[in-house]
Ligand binder design. Structure first.
Ligand code: PBG
Length: 324
């Protein structure tokens, strides 16, 4: 009888489809990003990221109260300081915005896993992720500042530090500094394969971190390259990264897949701002169903190999039980 092979046999009912499903969605695998800004009573919508706001610490705590109740267990923090300068002083100031936020969060939500983004771009007047020397982004003079930033985050209560700057040698510099400060137990989640991407547009609007001259292509990866991601990932693991990240996620699922096959450390994917905003824009225009789009996007990222995902959809997913 033809056809002899009938894959449709396993698609007949929900029950058999569930038995055969290769990828399961898990609420425990999600990390929610927050933008925390200096000041009080601030709850500023970010135009390019509908549903995401810049929050002062008081409002962040209120928002977390609700979000933790819906099931948020892990967060990543991005800081927006009062002032920016050439040396990114706000990044490693013990009274900087992220440091203060960590202390307050830990006071009220000791169980919450707090990851901090370690980078200078939100704190530099020029918006680059490193020091500018003779119009170039200077690698080695940046390392010490990144290490100081990571240590001050950890001392303020961060559970995990996540360097996103893409300077060479930063993982080693940060690991050494953490260990010298006795912070042996703090893991490093390295943005190891981070591409120079147009999908970060809404984030830069949110954090006010767009570079004032040039772009980030002298430190972030060229999106034409996939093998190079393995080089970055191996280097970071050798330097002491505990978890490595591929970023962005959606346009880089091939990279995510390759990295997952190649390494034995957990792999994180960052479902970045532009990916979030695309889904939001499409659903606002009535071009798609948000729940179904988000479920399919998240499934694709996990199917490609992510062990965990940073996503701005996290709170919506939890609130609406989109993974059930
Ligand atoms: C900081 C940083 C960026 C993102 C995370 N950390 C922006 C950038 O590199 O320009 C992007 C996150 C997103 O788009 O959601 N270096």
């Amino acid at each position: 009888m033809h056809p002899y092979y009938r894959p449709r046999r396993l698609r007949e009912t929900e029950i058999i489809r569930n038995l055969c499903a290769e990828t399961l969605l898990d609420y425990n695998k999600l990390i929610m990003p927050y933008f925390v800004i200096e000041g009080a009573h601030i709850n500023q919508p970010i135009e390019s990221m509908p549903g995401i706001n810049r929050l002062s610490i008081d409002n962040l705590l209120k928002t977390l109260e609700a979000d933790v109740a819906t099931g948020v267990q892990s967060v990543i923090l991005f800081g927006i300081p009062y002032e920016k300068d050439e040396k990114a002083s706000g990044a490693y100031d013990d009274n900087g915005i992220v440091q203060k936020a960590c202390r307050e969060i830990k006071k009220h939500f000791p169980e919450l896993l707090v990851i901090t983004d370690v980078c200078l771009c939100e704190y530099t007047s020029h918006g680059h992720c490193g020091m500018v020397v003779n119009n170039r982004i200077d690698n080695d003079s940046t390392l010490n500042l990144l290490a100081k930033t990571a240590v001050s985050h950890a001392l303020a209560g961060a559970d995990v530090v996540a360097p996103s700057d893409m300077m060479d040698g930063r993982i080693e510099a940060i690991r050494t500094a953490l260990d010298e400060a006795g912070l042996f137990h703090i893991p490093i989640l390295s943005y190891a394969a981070k591409y120079a991407s147009a999908f970060y547009g809404p984030f830069r609007d949110a954090a006010g971190s767009a570079p004032q001259f040039g772009d980030r292509r002298s430190y972030q990866m060229d999106f034409r390259n996939a093998r190079e991601a393995l080089k970055e990932v191996y280097l970071d693991i050798e330097e002491g990264a505990d978890i490595i990240m591929v970023k962005p996620a959606l346009a880089y699922l091939d990279v995510l897949y390759r990295v997952k096959q190649a390494v034995d450390v957990p792999v994180c994917a960052y479902n970045v701002s532009g990916e979030y905003s695309m889904v939001k824009a499409a659903t606002t225009l009535g071009f798609g169903d948000e729940a179904r789009l988000v479920r399919e996007v998240m499934t694709a990222i996990f199917r490609a190999g992510a062990d965990m995902v940073i996503s701005y959809h996290t709170v919506d997913i939890l609130k609406n039980r989109w993974f059930d």
